[in-house]
Structures are given as C-alpha cells and as structure tokens.
Write a new protein. Structure first.
Ligand SMILES: Nc1nc2c(ncn2[C@@H]2O[C@H](COP(=O)(O)O[C@H]3[C@@H](O)[C@H](n4cnc5c(=O)[nH]c(N)nc54)O[C@@H]3COP(=O)(O)O)[C@@H](O)[C@H]2O)c(=O)[nH]1
Length: 884
C-alpha cells in the first residue's frame, strides 16, 4: 500500500499541495516580477527614446524656422527684393537676389518663392510645396506647417516687412521626420513613431506611420471611449501607458507633446510583440519548475514520508502515553481519594497541588480555593518566616516518607481549628522540591487522650483528683513551700459509719453521699487547694502555702462541720461524720509518701479517739500504726500457729430461764497474751483473713457442739458469727455444709448470725444465700439489729428466724426512754414478722425485767454469763444448778 494510514495520506497530500502551491506562487511571483520589471524597462526605454525623437523633431523645425527668419531679416535680400520689385524682370536684380539668398547659407534643398503684396510672384528658387495631402500646423515662431506629399516637408510663409512688402514661402523636405515616422525601423515589427496635430477638440491629423503609409486625417482621439496615447500627448501630457492604438491593438506607448508647437508625438509598439521575448525566455523554465515540483514530490515520497511516518508513530505514541498518563493520573487520583488520610502536595513556593477527598473532608475548603493557593490557609504554621513551607518538617532529604509525624493545628473553612498529625516527605522532581504531606485529624484521639488523662488523674465518681494527681500536686506544693519557706497542710479524711450507710442503704445512696461530701469539702477550700478521693470513703486535702498551723486547723474544723451537716438523699435524712488526720510539711514529713502516711496515721488516731474530730500528727501515733501492722503480721500466722480458740456465751430463754444455745466467740492469744476481738477482727476483715479464720470457727464450733452432745450437754444449737467477707464468698454454703458434715451435726443444730448492715448491702443476694441455708434447716439471726437501716419491705422477704437487739439499745433501757421505745418497737416488729427476739448485752435485773415485760424471747449478757471456755460452759450446763 502506498500509504499506511489515513493520516499519512492526508499529511502527504497536504504537503504535496503545499509544495505545488509554493511552486505556483513562486512562478507567479517570478512572472509578476519579470513582467513588472519588463514593463518598467519598456516604459523607461520608450520614454527616453521618445524624448530624443521629439528633440530631433523640434530641432528640425526650429532650424527650418531659423533659416526662414534669417532670409526675411537679411538686408541684402531686402535690397535685392526692392530692386527686383522695381524691376521684376530684371535678370540682374534676380541674380542679386539669388546671391543674397545664397549668402544666408540657405541649403540647396530649400524651395523659395517671393511674392509681392498683391500675391504676384517675384521670384522662385527650387520647388515650393504645391498640392499636399496633409498639412500639420506648427505653433512655432513663424507660420509653419508640416506637409505630406510623398514625404514630409517643412514649410513656412512669412510676411516680409522691411523696405519691401510681400511674402516669402519657404519649403524644404524633412527627411528626418520621414525617417522617424513612416520610415521608422526601431522597436521590432510593430514599433512606430507618430506625429500628429490636433484638429478640433476630438480629432487629429497625423503623418503616415510605419504600419500605415498614408496620412491619417480626422482620426478620432478616443477609441472605445478611452483616449489614445496621442490624445494625451496633444493635451500636453507626457508619460507611458498601455492602451489601445488607432488600430485597436494593445500597445505600450510613450507619449509627449513636441515642445509648445501644438504637435504630439507617440512612440509605441504592440505589447504582444514587446513581451513575446520575455515569455519566450520564461517558458523554457516552466518544465524546470514542473520538474522541481516533481522532484520535490519524489523527495517527499522517499525522504519526507519516512519522517512523516515517524512523526505519526511518535504522535500515536504520545497520544497513547497521554492517554496512559491521564489514566494513570485518574488512577492515582482515585487511589488518593480512596485513602482516608488527607494527602497534600505542595511545591517549593508553598502552593497546594494535590488535595485529596479526605483532606477536603478534613479542612472543608473547596478545592478551587486551595489548589494553587498557599498551604498556610490550611495549616497556619506550615510555613516559616523565610516563606518556606514544610521544609522544617522534613526529617529526611530523600523522597522516602521517613519524616516523623508531628502535631500541628489545622484550620477549617469555617475558621475553627483542630489538631492534626502531619508527616512530610520531600521529593526532588526535575530539580524542584515537592513536599508530600499526609495529614490526619486527631481531634478524636486528642479528646480521648484528654479523657484518658482526666480519668487517669480523677476519681470517676466524684470528679475529684485521684491519688496520682494528688501526689503530683502535693509534690509541687512541697517544692514551692521549700522555696518560700512556708508549710503545706495534708488532711486525711475518713467518713464515719459510711460502711454502715453503704451496706444498709445500698451503693446508690452511698455514691450520692460520697458525691455530696466531695462537694461540701470542695466548698470549704480556696482556689489552689486540692481535694482528692483516695478511694472508698477516704478523702485527702492538700493546702499549699500555709503560714500558720491554725489555718490548717480552721480548714479541718470547717470541713468537719460541713460533712457532719444532715443529708437528704432520695427523700431520706442521713447523718454522717468524719475523722481527719493532719500532717504538715516540713514538720511531719519532707516527702509526699511520709506526709500521706502520717496524715493517715493521724486519721486513725482521730477515729480511735471517738470519731468526728481532727488530730494533728504526733510522732507517738506512729507507734499505734506500727502496732497495727505487727498485729496484722502475726494474725496471718495465727491459724497455722493454732493461736485461736473459742469461748461460748449462753443464750437464755426468758421463758423459764433455760439456756437454749450458745454463741461461739473467737479468741486469739498470740504468745499466750490475749488480743481483744474488737482489735483483731476488724483487721482480719480488712485483710480478708476473716474468710479462712471464719471457716475454722465454723468447724470448731460444730465440732465442739458434737462433743457437747456426746457429753449430754443440753444445748439446742451453737451460733456462729458470719462476717461480710465470708458472706460475700461464693462457697459459703459449701463451707457451712462441710463444717456440719465433718462434725456430723444436723443443720438444725447450727445458728448463723449476720449483721443488719450485711443483709442490706446486697439484699437480693442475701435472700438467695440465706434461703439456701435456711432451707437446709440452719437458724438465721440478724445481729446488731437497730444500728443499720433495714428496709421493712426486704426484712419481710428475708428467711430470718431471729432478731438480735444491739446491746447499745439494751444498755440504757432503764434510763433512756428512747432506747426503751426502740427495743419495744423492735420486739413488736420482730414478732409481727414471725421472728423471735434476742436481746444482747443484758447486764442487769432491770434490763431483764423490761425485756421480759415486753415479751422478748431470749437474752444474752453478763447478767447470766460472760463468754466461757467450752469446758466451763459444759460444766455449768451439766451442773445440777445450771440453767439448762
Ligand atoms: N465474725 C466474727 N465475729 C466475731 C467472732 N467472735 C466474736 N466476734 C465479734 O467480735 C466482736 C466482739 O466480740 P467479743 O469481744 O467476743 O464480745 C462479745 C461478748 O463478749 C459481748 N457481750 C456479751 N454480753 C455482754 C454484756 O452483757 N455486756 C457487754 N459489754 N458485752 C457483752 O458481746 C459480743 C458478742 O456480740 P454479738 O456478736 O453481737 O452477739 C463482736 O461483734 C462479735 O460479734 C467470730 O467468730 N466471728
């Protein structure tokens, strides 16, 4: 195939056309240049030639007239004429005239004729014009005309005005004029010189010319409406023109007037003849031009076509590459837009060049407001004072994204700012730096961190500082006080009886109480003071920049008063108090931990001295704390060392004063020295040691009961105290069952005492566990009844058999009508719930009488018996006089 593709054919044909057009234009330009040059040359040549011809004509006429004038003015001729006039036939006179004329050097060709005033001829020398075919008047110095009679002649007729009056007619042949006009031989075959005189306004007479050997008479000055060149010459114009001549042929003609003689001259030649040589010269070049065009076409075919093909191929490749580039760009764009991380690319001038969808969502600015604009509107700190953007954020000069993330602030479209993490890498691209920034909105993370930080440093319930933050604040206060030389007060506050409230009214009430207490404590402090919740019902207050101990005491008093004021929670009036221990920097400790420990110690001391007060730390307090620690340490080994034993206190029926059961009471004698249950049981509870110890008590009590039974001791059951920690333990029921099984006791022979507050701490769970135990046949008693906050609605649902009135109500029965009323109410209420009632701490006859009168079922107390060793109790019960 000649052409490989449509484009190739199109390009080749176009090139060929252009080439041909170029050749044509070049040819035409050459033609035009040549023609115009030729025309100019012809015009100039004709004009020059014409002017020389005109000069010749003019000189011919002037010379003629000069001769004639000389004759008329010559005196010798005048005298000869006078003489001849007087003697017309006088030969001598005629000879004298001939000699006078000859003396004027009149050439031989002249014909002269002298006539007198009447017209009679006096003398004639040579031929004078006769009948002429044409006479062209000449406006010369004399009345002159150019005649044509077988050739041109110049003739003049002059009035002689000297001594003799008459006329002279002088005529001679004008061969020069003949040679110029009819005898013209220049300018090829058609060259002509014409000489004419006007005839009227529209016509003219002309001497014969080369191509027409007869005179032209009455020739119109215009042909086809256009003036003949001669017409313009007769009008006094001189110049060159292309026009039609008298033959209606196109001629190149130069025209000019002959001086002021009223004659016109035209030198002309047919254009056809004039330019034939030129065409003849140009035409041979035409094949050459065509050959060149053909050669060009061939060159185009063989040389340019491959180039065209290359161009087409590279164009196709470029188009393909462009498409691939566009596709790649679209793909890149899609990838960039699909990532959930904001991507920005920024050039060295800080202008944003890429701004993906995630970045648009993040900043909210429309793309047209960002692309090409400075990145500073998105990230105000991105650019330094030197105008460079991102430069200082790049850790690596490579194109690898090794820059570490930094946190900066971004600005949204609405002007709000937000934290962002930015990673910048720099790419060297065509010697230009391009910065690629990956940005991530970290508002959520920051908020989360702030939340975590707050959580890590604050108590979630009260919102107060926690122990960590408190220690930090205390440390700062110590540093500041060390510099200022003043003090820091540390107050350790523990709520009194909070556990009871919490256990009896539930955690929800306890939580509200704690929050209220927190608010009240805060209300007693100044800005700069710190209050923290240490955990449970413990609070710590730090008073920085204290100058006087009295100020600390005053704050402690204020807090005590605030905390002790009544509470209204869920429509219920509550009371609590607090015990506060105070330690002061630097007197009571130089560091955080020592100050806290000493404040804690002082708080324990305050609790031990009757609660509801504050105590400043004193070094002696450390002794008590140390003792407690020692107690706890040895308690841990008490079981292994078999240091525990039980005593039993009889529980007596008021009806008949019979001992029905005995309460097992734990005794501890480390190293043979007894420790009071009030001291070690709370420590056992706090440390959790009460769980294994309580199990031991259960087993020991059951075993003892079994032994008593074997010995015939008349006791219905043995009663064991359960602590809250034991009760909360999952395996309580199995522990009880195992104790019964191991001792081979019936469940009915066991009674369990649980405190009122323990019941109310988690009533539903208590109901579940107690129901199991009760269903087994175990008797359930509520201990310390009246000290907690029992809910009657729950009390009804508990599977309890017995209520034990706390001894604090029994103690003042005889003197305190309020206690008497409470005891009376408890007995009535218990009976209404179908429970029997036991009064504990009965020490006097009066107390016993009161209880008996009120219908109490049983009692327990020193009045009947203190707690006794098992054998002592057995001996008493087996003795004939013992109540049993
Ligand atoms: N969880 C367990 N708690 C136990 C156990 N053993 C004892 N305890 C509890 O320790 C607290 C103190 O007990 P204790 O010092 O043994 O005092 C008991 C009696 O001695 C005392 N009591 C009895 N009658 C009188 C009296 O007339 N006057 C008076 N001032 N005190 C008297 O009461 C204590 C028995 O009280 P209670 O248990 O409420 O019936 C005490 O709370 C014990 O419960 C144990 O094994 N586990």
């Amino acid at each position: 195939m000649f052409f490989h593709s449509v484009q190739e054919r199109r390009i080749t044909l176009s090139a060929a056309l252009v080439l041909a057009l170029l050749a044509a234009v070049t040819g035409m330009a050459t033609w035009w240049l040549t023609v115009s040059q030729s025309k100019a040359w012809v015009a100039r040549s004709l004009e020059l030639t014409l002017s020389s011809h005109v000069a010749l004509v003019e000189r011919e006429i002037r010379e003629h007239e000069a001769v004639v004038l000389a004759l008329t003015q010559d005196e010798a001729v005048q005298r000869a004429l006078d003489r001849l006039a007087r003697a017309p036939r006088d030969a001598q006179a005629l000879a004298a005239l001939r000699r006078a004329v000859a003396a004027v050097r009149v050439s031989a060709g002249y014909g002269l004729r002298f006539a007198d005033g009447a017209g009679r001829q006096l003398a004639q020398f040579g031929p004078v014009s006769g009948e002429s075919q044409l006479a062209l008047p000449v406006r010369g110095t004399l009345p002159t005309w150019i005649e044509w009679a077988d050739g041109p002649r110049l003739s003049s007729r002059v009035e002689l005005a000297g001594g003799w009056r008459g006329t002279l007619t002088a005529s001679r042949a004008a061969p020069l004029l003949g040679a110029l006009t009819s005898g013209y031989r220049g300018l090829g075959q058609t060259g002509e010189f014409a000489l004419c005189a006007g005839k009227g306004n529209d016509h003219m007479d002309c001497l014969p010319v080369r191509l027409l050997s007869r005179p032209l008479r009455d020739l119109p000055r215009r042909v086809e409406g256009e003036p003949l060149p001669m017409a313009r010459a007769l009008a006094g114009e001189a110049g060159f023109t292309f026009a039609r001549d008298y033959r209606r042929q196109w001629v190149a003609a130069a025209f000019a007037p002959v001086g002021t003689m009223g004659l016109g001259a035209v030198l002309k030649a047919d254009t056809a003849e004039l330019f034939v040589p030129m065409q003849g010269r140009l035409l041979p070049w035409l094949p050459l031009v065509l050959g060149l065009v053909l050669l060009g076409a061939l060159l185009l075919r063989w040389q340019v076509l491959p180039l065209v093909r290359q161009v087409l191929v590279s164009e196709r490749r470029a188009r393909a590459m462009g498409a691939s580039l566009a596709e790649s760009e679209a793909r890149s764009r899609a990838v960039l837009d699909s990532v959930d991380q904001g991507i920005l690319t920024v050039n060295a001038k800080g202008e944003v060049q890429t701004y993906n969808l995630a970045a648009q969502r993040m900043f909210g600015h429309p793309p047209q407001a960002v692309l090409g604009h400075n990145v500073g509107q998105l990230i105000p700190d991105a650019c330094g004072e030197d105008g460079k953007c991102f430069e200082r954020l790049v850790d690596s000069g490579d194109a690898t994204p090794t820059a570490t993330g930094r946190e900066m602030m971004g600005r949204r479209y609405d002007g709000t700012v937000f934290p962002l993490e930015i990673r910048v890498s720099r790419l060297q691209c065509r010697r230009q730096s391009l910065y690629i920034a990956a940005v991530r909105d970290i508002s959520e993370r920051k908020a989360q961190e702030a939340r975590m930080l707050h959580l890590a440093h604050h108590d979630p319930l009260t919102g107060l500082a926690n122990r960590i933050l408190l220690k930090d604040r205390l440390q700062q206060a110590i540093v500041r006080a060390a510099r200022a030389g003043d003090h820091v007060g540390v107050l350790f506050l523990d709520l009194d009886h909070f556990k009871t409230i919490n256990d009896s009214l539930g955690h929800q009430v306890g939580d509200i109480l704690l929050k209220t207490v927190a608010n009240r404590i805060s209300g007693c402090l100044r800005e700069g003071d710190t209050v923290a919740r240490q955990g449970g019902d413990e609070f710590i207050v730090v008073l920085p920049a204290v100058t006087r101990f009295e100020d600390v005491a005053m704050v402690a008093s204020k807090i005590l008063a605030a905390v002790s004021a009544p509470y209204q929670i869920n429509g219920q009036a509550l009371h609590t108090g607090a015990s506060i221990g105070v330690a002061v920097y630097p007197e009571d400790g130089q560091d955080v931990d020592t100050l806290l420990r000493h404040a804690d110690t002082a708080m324990y001391y305050a609790k031990g001295t009757g609660r509801g007060n504050y105590q400043f730390f004193a070094p002696e307090m450390n002794r008590a704390a140390r003792e407690r620690l020692e107690l706890e340490t040895s308690l841990r080994h008490a079981l292994d060392r078999r240091e525990f034993h039980l005593e039993f206190q009889p529980i007596v029926a008021l009806d008949g004063d019979v001992v029905r059961s005995a309460e097992a009471l734990l005794r501890w004698q480390p190293g043979g020295k007894a420790v009071a249950p009030d001291r070690f049981i709370p420590v056992a509870e706090e440390t959790g040691l009460i769980v294994p110890i309580g199990e031991w008590v259960l087993k020991a009590a059951c075993a003892q009961f079994k032994r008593w039974q074997a010995m015939g001791v008349p006791l219905g059951r043995v009663v064991v105290n359960l602590s809250a920690r034991q009760f909360a333990h999952r395996n309580l029921v199995s522990v009880v069952r195992r104790a019964l099984d191991e001792a081979d006791c019936a469940p009915e022979q066991l009674g369990l005492e649980i405190t009122e507050s323990l019941l109310m701490a988690n009533p539903l769970e208590a109901i579940r566990v107690l129901t199991v135990l009760s269903d087994m046949g175990i008797q359930i008693s509520v201990d310390d009844f009246g000290t907690g906050y029992s809910s009657l609605s729950y009390l009804k649902r508990f599977p309890i058999h017995k209520i034990k009135i706390d001894r604090s109500f029994v103690r003042d029965l005889a003197t305190d009508p309020e206690d008497a009323a409470i005891v009376t109410a408890i007995i009535a209420m218990a009976h209404s719930l179908d429970c029997s009632v036991v009064a504990e701490g009965v020490e006097t006859e009066q107390q016993l009488a009161f209880l008996r009168e009120r219908g109490c079922d049983e009692y327990q107390g020193y009045y009947f018996s203190r707690p006794l060793p098992a054998d002592t109790l057995m001996a008493r019960l087996l003795a004939p006089s013992g109540a049993g």
